[in-house]
Ligand binder design. Structure first.
Ligand code: NAD
Length: 232
């Protein structure tokens, strides 16, 4: 049934969760303040300061578990009544799922999951539980956050690009389009697709997109209402 419905692909970033109380990438402070985050959130950072990385992600996991989906997350879920909706998110929180969206692809991993450090990459569900040094998965290797760090491959990029390329509408929300390769996904939208970007500020304004320059909780619900009306 979903194949016959028009497809909407939503490319989301940390700005959509800002009004749920989770800091965006640029706002992130605390442990990041005294460190170069690009080095810390990297395989090299993990080798040099594993305790620091675990602490940083343990704090973020706890904060994400406390946060609640906001009006923008919930509005996007309502689109599923009339559209085949695919959320492709850079976010590592689960606010889209808890807001009601059912098809969510996490490009950069998920805070609620850990994985082993052998090539088998065995995944374990954590929920809000912290990871400590000495915590191991079923094959005996140390657990690490199941997050894609700088310098690591974004395995979900190709399926995400395929979804964007088949979209009738593309909505980009809450991302400054600075982190690659995720930012390149905006360019896979077909020329006939309606393209909208919602952000307070943008590093680059993507060609062919209409920019809604306001907070997601104010801009997204009316947009969703309009798109639902279009399909009767
Ligand atoms: P970014 O900080 O580079 O950009 C945030 C964007 O959101 C900006 O364009 C800003 O203008 C916009 N924004 C801020 N508040 C907004 C609001 N209320 N409504 C609408 N737009 C708003 O973040 P990014 O582009 O997502 O950076 C990418 C990286 O940050 C990703 O790798 C992601 O994994 C990571 N990250 C994720 C989370 C999360 O999961 N909640 C939080 C922080 C960082």
């Amino acid at each position: 049934m979903s194949a016959t419905r028009p497809r909407i692909v939503v490319l989301s970033g940390s700005g959509i969760s800002a009004e749920s109380g989770l800091p965006t990438f640029r706002d992130a402070n605390g442990l990041w303040r005294d460190h170069d985050w690009r080095q810390l959130a990297s395989p090299e950072g993990w080798r040099r300061h594993p305790e620091l990385l675990l602490e940083f992600y343990n704090e973020r996991r706890a904060a994400a578990a406390q946060a609640q989906p906001n009006a923008a997350h919930r509005a996007l879920a309502m689109l599923e009544a009339n559209y085949d909706v695919h959320i492709v998110t850079q976010n590592v929180d689960d606010l889209h799922e808890r807001g009601g969206s059912t098809q969510v692809l996490h490009l950069h991993g998920e805070l609620a999951w850990a994985r082993g450090t052998s090539p088998r990459r065995l995944r374990t569900h954590l929920g809000a539980t912290p990871i400590r040094i000495g915590d191991v998965c079923a094959d005996g290797t140390q657990l690490r956050p199941d997050i894609v760090w700088f310098g690591e491959a974004v395995d979900q990029l190709e399926p995400a690009a395929e979804r964007v390329a088949q979209a009738n509408k593309v909505l980009v929300v809450g991302t400054s389009l600075t982190v690659y390769p995720a930012a390149s996904l905006v360019d896979f939208a077909p020329p006939h697709a309606e393209r909208v970007v919602c952000a307070l500020e943008l590093e680059r304004e993507p060609a062919g997109y209409r920019w809604l320059r306001g907070p997601a909780t104010q801009e997204i619900p009316p947009l969703v209402e309009r798109w639902l009306r279009e399909t009767g």
